[in-house]
Design a binder for this molecule. Structure first.
Ligand code: SF4
Ligand code: MG
Length: 283
């Protein structure tokens, strides 16, 4: 097992005291450590947001892109080099606003990546505006009379698109989140991990006490997608654990006829071309 300190770096965190991002990063580091995935073999793509400010706070390969675009970046990395463990790190705002098309197509294509969604139910970096996961009627910055529309339930939506792995976790339960992340990383296909993230600055109501009173832990995944959808509604309790897993659907890459029996990675096949002659034409 690799020492968990190997994933630390010296960058000072800018997250608020008590932010759930600390717990999520701790669980990520523990999952890498316990799976013996060295920092050089892990790649996390980030977007803009409080979650995205974690890009320089974990010692693995990382790339920080535009808001909502963690998923296509992760897909590109994985298709280029399947030897890497690839995680798309993204918030609820990025996932369900600019990034919703990427989420749907990653699920549909069953790319072999893990999509780790920090769901704090607000756009926290820009001072707490409502996102698509903010509850209907909840008063938010810019919405003093309450949010007029219905919310989207991430796990339910992922299941409805026939996702091959859907889990929900809580940022304050590092032990359970670590176990979920280990299984999500090992899942061959697109694994969705929605983490209910405590944001003490802009979503105080969803406090650790509130989570403790509402969380029910699931022992093992539901057998059918329909059962998992029913349990994911969050009306009375928040069920955490792996809600559903289908290990049999092939990944996108494994379906590619033109890659059958090819042992090299795409990154090994990149060739150098001398383009001096071509450039001469434009002089
Ligand atoms: Fe964390 Fe919320 Fe502070 Fe952002 S605003 S760092 S999500 S507590
Ligand atoms: Mg958010």
């Amino acid at each position: 097992m690799i020492d968990v300190k190997e994933y630390n770096n010296k960058v000072v965190s800018t997250w608020c005291p008590g932010c759930g991002n600390f717990g999520i990063h701790m669980a990520l580091k523990k999952a890498f450590s316990e799976l013996d995935i060295a920092p050089k073999d892990a790649f996390i793509t980030f977007d803009i947001g409080c979650n995205g400010n974690g890009a320089d706070k974990i010692n693995v390969n990382a790339f920080k892109g535009l808001h909502g675009r963690s998923v296509p970046l992760a897909v590109g990395v994985k298709l280029a080099n399947r030897k890497l463990t690839v995680i798309a790190d993204i918030g609820d705002g990025g996932t369900l606003h600019e990034g919703i098309d990427h989420l749907i197509h990653a699920i549909r294509s069953n790319y072999d990546i893990t999509i780790l969604i920090h769901n704090n139910q607000n756009f926290a970096l820009t001072t707490g505006q409502a996102t698509a996961t903010t509850q209907e009627k909840k008063k938010m910055y810019g919405l003093p009379d309450g949010r007029p529309e219905r919310e989207i339930n991430i796990a339910e939506m992922a299941l409805s698109f026939n996702s091959t792995f859907v889990a929900r976790a809580y940022s304050g339960d590092i032990v359970q989140l670590t176990e979920i992340l280990k299984k999500a990383i090992k899942h061959k296909g697109c694994s969705i991990v929605e983490v209910m993230q405590y944001c003490p600055t802009y979503n105080k109501e969803a406090s650790p006490k509130w989570f403790q009173e509402h969380i029910e832990k699931l022992e093992k995944p539901f057998k059918t997608k329909e059962e998992a959808i029913k349990a994911s509604d969050m009306k009375e309790s928040i069920i955490t654990g792996i809600l559903f897993e289908d290990p049999d659907l092939p990944t996108y890459y494994d379906q590619l006829e033109n890659r059958k029996d090819i042992k090299t990675e795409l990154i090994d096949e990149v060739k150098s071309f001398n383009i001096d002659n071509l450039l001469e034409k434009f002089k």
